[in-house]
Design a protein around this ligand. Structure first.
Ligand SMILES: Nc1ncnc2c1ncn2[C@@H]1O[C@H](COP(=O)(O)OP(=O)(O)OP(=O)(O)O)[C@@H](O)[C@H]1O
Length: 479
């Protein structure tokens, strides 16, 4: 017996046994139970259907010739009621034709009686394996279709129109695409738009994020592995290149791809050939690769962290996404698109959002709207519901901002102090008050952040301005 068969036979199976012959039913049920399987026996089709309403089984073993409801009728009812069950038919010598009919109706197998119980168990195990594969397949399809719900690319500024036109041009080509742009500019939305506009849109769109996985996992996720090739590789596993075969693979954060793995990626891009980890078998895949990065890959090529040949291979069709600050005319449309149904935003808040530079791009805008809808009363977003960074910015433009609070004639260092203080508050807010994270983002030591917060009187909830004490803060933050 090969490894595969041994594995198949080891798994306990839940079996529904439908057999009118009392002796066979009894001995078969006891034998299967002794082998570790879970068996429920029914003496008729009607009894079996009633049991199926209450319990799920992996496999049904159904005798064809039963008084009352025959095995064929029972199978029809099972299929008609969408009961998820692999069926093995038991038939006498004279009824093989009916068994063939049962197979056409979706039974997975049939055996002629009398049959050794070991053989019946083996057929049940194979049917069980089929049901596991079928369920796994359904799950994968569900995951893929979830992946495939595509966000619309919002914006009709000249910049976004240029992106949309470029997408239309390159989508049908099947060539690799490299999407660049700051974080939150919509690289994944663009990748999905390309896939949707391509002739591969009916095939899978599969995503991997190189930055979200530990280096060691990226290779096995992308290329798969053979059982036993490393600790924890308990079964053969296809990689995403195989899963996506015939479709599109979106490699997000390509700039984070380990240097050691880059030759393997180059090879699959060049001629579609790859090997699973630990396997000598060469496999051919046919995948369109769309990659994205917020790094400057040509710079990475210069400093040796990205292979030049791979860069040229993926950079056949580049798309550079503009940061939101470069197409602010889309902000209104984005607000309206991401605001929940039934909500509105008042003019002051809309103005503030139009004035903000959006360093976190569209992702930041979505977060601001989501946060505001949690804080706001009466389904209307107002200035009070926006983060400080946005409202301060707005007041500055209204002439009531920093210069008002500090009085006319304040010197430049006071203004910088205020900007530094606002920036700290903004980062703290963005990182949900997490000081360690905020300090990292600000590029200062955590102890320094605490010192600054004390000096600014920001250790409590409110941020009261204290001009006298703030004079050396700018130097402190930026030194
Ligand atoms: N032009 C746009 N139209 C509609 N939604 C957008 C647009 N740009 C970005 N988004 C939305 O902003 C969020 C962030 O976009 P996305 O994940 O595509 O950014 P990204 O550039 O891939 O970011 P990162 O580099 O951090 O992965 C998503 O919810 C996406 O739907």
């Amino acid at each position: 017996m090969g490894n595969y068969e041994a594995n198949v036979m080891e798994k306990p199976i839940s079996i529904l046994l439908v057999e009118d012959d009392h002796d066979f039913r009894d001995s078969c049920a006891r034998w299967m139970q002794r082998k570790g399987h879970h068996v429920v026996a029914a003496a008729s089709g009607a009894e079996a259907l009633a049991i199926c309403q209450r319990h799920d089984f992996d496999v049904g073993v159904i005798d064809l010739n039963m008084p009352g409801m025959s095995g064929i009728e029972l199978l029809q009812r099972i299929r008609g009621d969408n009961i998820d069950l692999e069926v093995v038919i038991l038939t006498g010598q004279g009824t093989i034709e009916s068994a063939v009919q049962a197979m056409k109706m979706g039974a997975s197998d049939y055996l002629t009686k009398p049959c050794p119980l070991g053989e019946l168990e083996h057929h049940c195990a194979l049917a069980h394996e089929r049901s596991l594969l079928r369920r796994e397949n359904q799950q994968l399809k569900a995951i893929l279709s979830r992946n495939q719900t595509v966000a619309r690319l919002v914006g009709d500024s000249p910049e976004m129109k240029r992106v949309a036109k470029w997408i239309e041009r390159i989508a049908p080509t099947d060539k690799p695409v490299l999407i660049t742009g700051e974080s939150g500019t919509g690289k994944e939305v663009v990748a999905k738009s390309i896939w949707r506009a391509s002739h591969l849109s009916h095939n899978p769109f599969v995503t991997i994020n190189c930055a979200a996985l530990p280096e060691t996992l990226v290779e096995s996720e992308l290329f798969g592995h053979q059982k036993g090739s490393f600790t924890g590789a308990t079964a053969d596993k296809p990689g995403l290149f195989e899963v996506a075969s015939g479709g599109t693979l979106f490699i997000d954060e390509l700039g984070e791809m380990p240097l050691s793995l880059q030759p393997k990626l180059l090879r699959v891009l060049e001629d579609g050939s790859m090997r699973r980890i630990g396997s000598h078998k060469e496999r051919k895949v046919n995948v369109r690769v769309i990659a994205a990065t917020n790094r400057d890959l040509s710079e990475d090529v210069q400093n040796g962290s990205f292979r030049e040949d791979l860069f040229y291979r993926v950079n056949v069709l580049p798309i550079d996404l503009p940061p939101l600050r470069n197409h602010v005319s889309d902000v209104d449309q984005l607000i309206d698109y991401f605001m929940p149904d039934g909500w509105s935003i008042d003019a002051a808040a809309r103005h503030a959002m139009n004035e903000h530079p959006w360093p976190g791009n569209v992702r930041e805008l979505i977060n601001v709207i989501q946060r505001a809808t949690i804080l706001a009363d009466n389904d209307e977003i107002t200035l009070d519901d926006l983060p400080r960074e946005l409202t301060h910015h707005d007041r500055k433009h209204d002439g009531e901002g920093i210069s008002h609070r500090h009085g006319v004639g304040d010197d430049t260092s006071d203004r910088l102090d205020d900007i530094a203080k606002d920036h700290i508050l903004y980062i703290l807010d963005r990182e949900n008050g997490n000081k360690a994270k905020s300090a990292r983002v600000l590029g200062i030591h955590r102890r320094k952040l605490y010192r600054l917060l004390e000096r600014y009187h920001l250790t409590g909830q409110t941020a009261s301005s204290s001009d006298n004490e703030s004079s050396s803060i700018v130097a402190d933050v930026f030194d």
